[in-house]
Ligand binder design. Structure first.
Ligand code: ADP
Length: 476
């Protein structure tokens, strides 16, 4: 089976969020299980390892009425072939997104991917599209490309990483950017709520829709979580599955992580993990104390991540015998509020407003607890990283948080973390207090850390589920 993955970011080349981790590790896991995988990405100016890429070819393509240069670069990593679409005008800029012409940039990318397939004679069995940036490949394929001999019989899957980002745009772009007829807007295929909606289009035109956790697959069928797309998803519910993301256990390994000072594993964590804690306290300016519970938060600063709950209970949390280290960047209102608390209680709350991969690893390694009270969470990788590093997550039971963290039961000693159901700061606070109580009992705590570190949340099992889903699609 051949799978071509299409998305806007993938580790180790370029990353802004969890999508990059998935496109960096899922194909690698499928290759290990015998699937032939390639990934296509834009060639951003800020990408890493650009010097390792090999130029393949270049030509001009049509993007509706625009004639655009399209260069192709390539590299092979861990058995996965990565292709990069090169166009200086669209991708030779800082960062990844948030430009006024993002719709045009990714319309170009979508055409470039489809054109690359025939220019390079790449014909996958499955074209696996991810998020709105790749969404319009589904209608372009079904309405146009799929009629040509070369492209026939490819199955299209679309993966929703976060339903909050749908790619809503002006209906005039359907013709201007994609050269598709207005009738596809008026018949509802590309329209949602009187707007052109790329994610809705992909849901409708794909052979299979996947999302990144089983619980999120249920949640997005409801008004509360569906962000307006619940009715279309309900229409396609027999073609919707949730497969929990994994994390790459070779990259995210406290035994080898080059970003942490003291390496450890499930056998020696008792002696070594605390050294990381002391080093982290030193690094982020908190008083060095091996015994005080240290709580980590690593997140984009948006309402999705439960920052309103955290801010609501900040004063109460800081009144407890615990320290908090936060690493995050994002909305100004959260940055300002968090800075205030950091300045007011520098001995208890370290507020680091930046994106810093190395520090994020040291937080996963050095903390005792990890707080992630998300409003919604399609999958979430941070809680899996913290489990892997023996840092016990406190999460809200939503999406992938519910599927990856089992609440600790002190009576039968099962579970890997702490969780609460409702989006309520009271509930969050009482679970934090319960976690602090368990922390104070060495016997329980050590058992919990062992269970967390032994939780198996790598890609092997999830990769198998993707293979099964792809195979059943091909057998239809
Ligand atoms: P999302 O993709 O919604 O942001 P995930 O939990 O799926 O959330 O993935 C977030 C990833 O980004 C995690 O690997 C996390 O460690 C990382 N991350 C988030 N914010 C920062 C930051 N400020 N610095 C470093 N890494 C961060």
């Amino acid at each position: 089976m051949k799978v071509l993955f299409v998305g806007s970011e993938a580790t180790p080349y370029i990353k802004s969020g969890g999508l990059a981790d998935v496109l960096g590790s899922l194909p690698k896991s499928l290759v290990e299980q015998g699937v032939e995988c390639s990934v296509v990405l834009p060639k951003y100016r800020d990408m890493k390892f650009a010097e390792t890429l090999e130029f393949v070819t270049s030509y001009y393509i049509w993007v509706s009425w625009r004639r655009e240069y399209c260069g192709i670069f390539k590299t092979v990593l861990d058995g996965v072939t990565f292709y990069f679409i090169d166009n200086e005008h669209y991708f030779g800029r800082p960062g990844l997104y948030s430009y006024d012409d993002d719709n045009e940039r990714f319309a170009y990318f979508d055409f470039a991917v489809l054109e690359m397939m025939s220019h390079l004679n790449i014909k996958p069995d499955i074209l696996s599209l991810h998020d709105w940036q790749a969404a319009m490949i589904a209608p372009l394929y079904k309405e146009r490309y799929g009629y040509y001999e070369f492209y026939r019989n490819i199955k299209i899957t679309f993966t929703i990483h976060n339903i909050a980002f749908q790619g809503k745009a002006d209906p005039r772009l359907i013709n201007d950017l994609y050269g598709l007829g207005d009738h596809l807007y008026y018949n509802g295929n590309l329209r949602h709520d009187n707007c052109f909606n790329m994610m809705k289009s992909a849901i409708l035109y794909s052979d299979l829709v996947t999302t990144v956790s089983p619980t999120y697959a249920h949640e997005i069928l409801t008004e509360e979580y569906g962000d307006g797309l619940q009715s279309i998803l309900n229409m396609k519910r027999d073609r919707l599955i949730g497969i929990l993301n994994g994390i790459d256990y070779t990259v995210n390994d406290p035994e080898t992580d080059p970003n942490i000072l003291y390496h450890y594993n499930v056998e020696n964590w008792r002696e070594e993990k605390v050294k990381n804690k002391l080093a982290l306290q030193r690094e982020v300016g908190l008083p060095e104390d091996p015994d005080v519970p240290l709580v980590g938060i690593v997140t984009r600063l948006t309402s999705q991540k439960g920052l309103d709950l955290i801010l609501d209970k900040m004063e109460e949390m800081l009144s407890r015998n615990m320290q908090i280290v936060l690493l995050g960047a994002g909305d100004r209102k959260y940055e300002d509020a968090l800075s205030y608390w950091g300045n007011a209680h520098p001995d208890k709350f370290s507020c680091n407003l930046k994106y810093d991969f190395g520090l994020s690893c040291r937080i996963y390694a050095g903390c005792d607890l990890f707080l992630m009270p998300s409003l919604f969470e399609p999958c979430g990788l941070s809680q899996m990283m913290s489990l892997r590093y023996g840092t016990i997550p406190i999460v809200r039971e939503t999406g992938g948080l519910k599927d990856s963290v089992a609440p600790y039961n002190e009576y039968d000693r099962t579970g890997t973390g702490f969780s609460f159901a409702h989006y309520s700061s009271e509930e969050m606070m009482s679970v934090i207090d319960y976690a602090l109580y368990i922390y104070s009992n060495k016997d329980h705590w050590e058992h919990l850390v062992f269970s967390a570190m032994l939780a198996k949340l790598d890609w092997e099992n999830s990769g198998k589920q993707y293979i099964e889903a792809f195979e059943s699609l091909l057998n239809e």
